[in-house]
Design a protein around this ligand. Structure first.
Ligand SMILES: [Zn+2]
Length: 97
């Protein structure tokens, strides 16, 4: 998981042309995804319980996330991982980078 260095919100992954960026929903701070960031996201699967707690924190409130909200966040990262994997495969086929 990647948190905004400016305001501490959870960064939302988004595809931009041929790359993936993380965007802060609050201050619109943008970070280009590097390989180390991607590895950080992969680790989250091993910390299911911890993840729920963190997600509750990053929403900026002390209440727990609703099932719908939690699902939404999980979907974001599922899409992010899949998209990023595809991008990796494509770029290696082209032999660039
Ligand atoms: Zn921010």
């Amino acid at each position: 998981m990647k948190f905004c260095p400016k305001c501490g919100k959870l960064m939302i992954p988004r595809r931009e042309k041929d790359k993936i960026v993380l965007i802060c929903p609050q201050c619109k701070n943008t970070i280009e995804v590097t390989h180390s960031v991607e590895v950080g996201y992969r680790v989250k699967h091993e910390v299911e319980e911890e993840k729920r707690t963190k997600m509750a924190i990053v929403t900026g409130t002390e209440r727990k996330l609703t099932e719908e909200e939690r699902q939404l966040l999980e979907d974001y990262y599922k899409v992010f991982l899949e998209t990023y994997m595809e991008a990796e495969e494509t770029s290696s086929e082209e032999g660039s980078e």
